[in-house]
Unconditional design. Structure first.
Length: 424
């Protein structure tokens, strides 16, 4: 594995170092502001200003064609380079509540994408800015420039006309797990695995995207991370129960949810609170008890939630009516193991029988893409009158269990219980 990256000053996820048994003091609010200005902002701006060249291109070099994404941390536009005609994706970084200049969250994304060069990971091409004459103090807007991918997986699955074969599903999952293995091999956690963050090119190649919540895996004993990551519907039980010393298993759980979604075409567990999400997980994966997960009793919120008891694991029973391939069921079952220590790795998943039995995965799903003549994204599909997917809430890091705001509702999923088990 590669060496972990330097810990950024002001990184809330950086491990609390200990020396001679004493924990380092947490800076006060005023001290944090000073630290942010003096030790963070200037180096970050210097790093950004020297990305690929000693100056930053202006966003006017690109013609914005269409908005294709909207998230907590920015907007995404389809654009065209005015010089070359190349299609690109522009991710505008939101600067609200930042002290000045380029946000540290976006810098982390840039640093990790520079480290991750792989066929199945989205490629960062450039960084550009704009300075509006009418904006307050002429504050610049920053954009990350990516290779444009025509679809995201959530948008594709929303299109009922797109018929996925078992070969297509095997190919897409092999791409996903290969990209995830590369991320983990580079000592990085993605921390936001979901269908909307999985891109697919016109040539049928899958790429992992959106590294806004990604973090390096620190090789420090007792390193602590925030547990307020991963969109709720894809969040593993250890995070819901307050774990802050976690590893690659949180991404593996998300991969299992996405794999099941290749058949159900909608997120399989759609809770609108952490309590309800844990109930849905228990109904599918069995009761969360020490007998199957010994370390669970030590998690901060284990005794704070009402965890259903005496429930058997039903992945095979519940998914079997939709997924006819027994090897697919078995792989999903492994990826969605309650105990994170037994969930396995992306590399182990790639060695599963699912990928070595007929029909075998192909190099890409270009034949599937050939019949699609427009870009399909979760954002654009949700704007239409016939949208059937709902968007899970990705929340900002926060300590302690709390109610998650209800995602936007669609009439096709209306339910008096206010949450949805999408396994039929």
């Amino acid at each position: 594995m590669s060496q972990p990256m330097d810990i950024d000053p002001g990184n809330a996820d950086a491990p609390q170092s200990q020396s001679n048994g004493f924990q380092s003091r947490v800076p006060t609010g005023e001290e944090a502001v000073v630290m942010e200005r003096s030790k963070v902002t200037a180096p970050l701006l210097h790093y950004i200003a020297n990305f690929k060249s000693p100056y930053m291109n202006d966003v006017s070099c690109y013609e914005i064609l269409k908005k294709v994404g909207q998230g907590t941390f920015g907007e995404v536009f389809k654009a065209r380079c005015r010089t070359t005609g190349r299609k690109v994706a522009l991710k505008r970084i939101l600067l609200e509540n930042e002290l000045d200049g380029f946000p540290i969250t976006a810098l982390r994304e840039v640093k990790m994408l520079q480290q991750l060069k792989h066929q199945h990971i989205t490629e960062l091409l450039d960084i550009c800015s704009s300075r509006s004459a009418n904006s307050k103090k002429g504050i610049a807007k920053f954009y990350l420039v990516f290779t444009f991918c025509d679809h995201d997986l959530a948008g594709l699955l929303s299109n009922k006309k797109m018929q996925l074969s078992l070969t297509h599903r095997k190919t897409l999952m092999k791409h996903l797990l290969t990209g995830l293995h590369q991320i983990h091999h580079s000592s990085i956690l993605h921390r936001d695995m979901k269908a909307a963050n999985i891109l697919v090119t016109r040539e049928g190649v899958l790429k992992l995207a959106d590294f806004g919540l990604a973090r390096p895996i620190f090789k420090v004993q007792n390193a602590l991370f925030t547990n307020r990551v991963v969109t709720l519907w894809y969040r593993p039980p250890e995070l819901l129960l307050g774990e802050n010393q976690y590893g690659t298993a949180i991404d593996i759980w998300g991969a299992g949810c996405i794999m099941a979604e290749l058949w159900t075409r909608t997120p399989i567990m759609q809770g609108n609170t952490e309590q309800k999400q844990l109930s849905l997980i228990s109904n599918l994966c069995g009761s969360i008890v020490p007998e199957v997960w010994p370390d669970v009793v030590s998690l901060p919120y284990f005794d704070k939630f009402e965890l259903p008891q005496n429930l058997k694991r039903k992945i095979s029973e519940r998914l079997g009516c939709i997924i006819q391939d027994v090897n697919a069921i078995d792989l999903i079952d492994r990826l969605m193991t309650l105990n994170p220590k037994k969930r396995g790795s992306a590399e182990e998943a790639l060695d599963h029988t699912f990928f070595f039995t007929a029909p075998h995965p192909k190099e890409d799903v270009s034949d599937l893409m050939a019949g699609i003549h427009q870009s399909l994204f979760e954002y654009t599909e949700r704007q239409g009158p016939h949208a059937e997917r709902r968007k899970g809430e990705r929340v900002q890091p926060h300590n302690g269990p709390r109610r998650v705001p209800n995602p936007p509702r669609q009439n096709t999923l209306a339910n008096t219980d206010q949450f949805h088990d999408m396994i039929f």
